[in-house]
Design a binder for this molecule. Structure first.
Ligand code: Z5A
Length: 206
């Protein structure tokens, strides 16, 4: 039985998901909420191994469908081993990316049909969906320039501007179709302004 709440953070690279995840965890813990922080792909030993192949195996050939299946393989393990047990214990699970990323990157970015992604979503998640998704939105130029300052480009970050534009537009389209769950936060703002928006959203969610 699901007692906790599942919050996911999404957006193109460099929009501040990792930064804001820590801020949200601090905000919740200061209010005595039990929090579990995790990420996708990853969050389990098997998932982190898959992540290593997906992000850093630049010399390994991975076709779009293989990439999608690996994302969902890691997700299946993550849900069973980490997310579902934590929700059953009443925790607030904060996850850096989830299935909206598969729609945005493998769907919008790589061109896999949304209907095919939906089949895997249904198979792996059944009825489970995030209760809240924060979509950090910034231009591709802003996101990539922030990401570049931080670390060497991984396999995704070496993609073209057009790829990231498609990813961003798919995220925005999903938020228009699911406005109750997916809330857009303007990530072009200064960090304190973004944090104020996060607090406003968290207050109305909790
Ligand atoms: N992927 C996929 O294709 N399909 C799937 O189903 C899933 C994932 C689940 C790994 O994701 C890759 O997996 C991802 C999609 C794919 N593609 N890539 N690459 P990831 O989340 O681990 O990697 P990422 O998107 O590259 O995250 P990131 O680079 O760590 O970015 P971020 O977490 O959004 O940003 P950040 O590290 O918090 O911030 C970047 C810098 O900007 C940092 O120095 C901050 O201090 C700074 N920053 C942040 N916000 C601001 C503001 N507002 N002003 C000024 N500076 C700021």
């Amino acid at each position: 039985m699901v007692k906790g709440r599942f919050i996911t953070l999404e957006g193109i690279e460099g929009v501040g998901k990792t930064t804001h995840l820590a801020f949200i965890a601090d905000y919740l813990e200061a209010r005595q909420y039990p929090v579990l922080i995790t990420r996708e792909p990853g969050g389990t030993k098997a998932g982190e191994a898959v992540r290593e192949i997906l992000l850093h195996g630049k010399e390994i050939r991975i076709d779009a469908m293989t990439e999608l299946l690996l994302m969902f393989a890691a997700r299946a393990q993550h849900l069973q081993e980490v997310v579902i047990p934590a929700l059953a214990e009443g925790k607030i699970v904060l996850c850096d990316r989830f299935t909206d990323a598969s729609y945005a990157y493998q769907g919008g970015g790589r061109g896999i049909a949304q209907a095919d992604i939906r089949i895997l979503e249904q198979l792996v998640q059944q009825e489970l969906q995030p209760n809240l998704t924060l979509l950090f939105d910034a231009s591709v130029q802003t996101g990539l320039s922030r990401a570049k300052k931080r670390s060497e480009a991984d396999r995704f970050e070496s993609e073209t501007i057009a790829f990231f534009e498609r990813v961003r537009q798919t995220y925005l389209e999903r938020s228009r179709n699911k406005p109750d769950r997916i809330k857009i936060i303007n990530a072009e703002q200064t960090l304190p302004a973004v944090e104020q928006d996060i607090i406003r959203l968290m207050e109305s969610f909790l």
